[in-house]
Write a protein that binds this ligand. Sequence first.
Ligand code: KG4
Ligand code: ZN
Length: 345
Amino acid sequence: MPVVLGIETSCDETGVGIVADGVLLGDALATSMDEHARFGGVVPEIAARAHLHAVAPMVRHALDRAGIGFGDIDAVAATAGPGLATAVQVGLAAGKAYALTLNVPLYGVHHLAGHAAVDTLEHGPLPARCAALIVSGGHTSLLLIGDLARDPVVHLGDTVDDAAGEAFDKVARLLGLPYPGGPAIDQAARAGDPAAITFPRPMTGPHDPPYQFSFSGLKTAVARWIEKHGDQPVPVADVAASFQEAVADTLTRKALAACRHHQADTLLLVGGVAANTRVRHLAEQRCAAAGVRLRVPSPRLCTDNGAMIATLGDLLIRNDITPDRLDLRADPSATLHGALLHGPR
Ligand code: KG4
Ligand code: ZN
């Protein structure tokens, strides 16, 4: 079985994974998160420089964990977009260099397709067709996915402004919580009352587009609420829990409506925000009530990692998909059409 080396550098995580035949042999992750924390968000140049330092050691680490050497690698997959331009370039250039020196094929893959693919590591092959909600720091999309290696992805709706993770990060800042905001809000919300404040459920009205999202108004609603209560100390836990409830409710409501209307009996919930405790619980409850099978990766595989890119590469090679040429270009703002950035072929 071919062994695939996957490299992920689209944001602040340098992730390397090694996958063969749907099995994760080893992985390694370095993050420059702490270096960005004092700026309140990812600084692209800092992220790119950190990738440059971390990528080779992480490859070595992942190989060691898998108990294999460079000579055992049969293909390389690297994120070719979307993401921070300089950050993506570093990982893609590394991927090209490994592919060239090892004389193995290269796949330049779509980061978001990687988020979807990683679920197969824990839960086996995807069904012939499913609805997928990809919720990350840069994207929020409701999709219909068929054969991930071959079929084009159908977009039911995307966010018209902020992504769900972006909203978590911005609201965390308003609350004085550290970057990245998602885990900080998740943690703070545990001590809070999700019914304390009724924040809006954006774009859920009867005349709103059913599968599109908008989180910038929700963030503003939180900001206004905090402003109005300026004289008193902000009840951080209650605001965090109530905001988180509004996001979880909105995401799961729309995802289940999509399952219902498109006769999808499986919902795939992936991306960094799928690590959120409340989003996971509410999705479980609502899927169970609707008779929909929920597939959601373990939290550590929801956030960016190298295993997801290796898994996607493994899926491509096992489906005999033609690899990319070594002059393939990164596209930092690539829309998700399929597994390959410049596909489907
Ligand atoms: O998928 P991801 O790791 O990177 C992108 O592709 O963007 O997602 C990162 C986003 C960040 O906005 C982060 O705050 C959010 O996912 N996130 C969470 C949680 N863990 C990460 N949001 C809510 N709850 C969490 N537990
Ligand atoms: Zn991601």
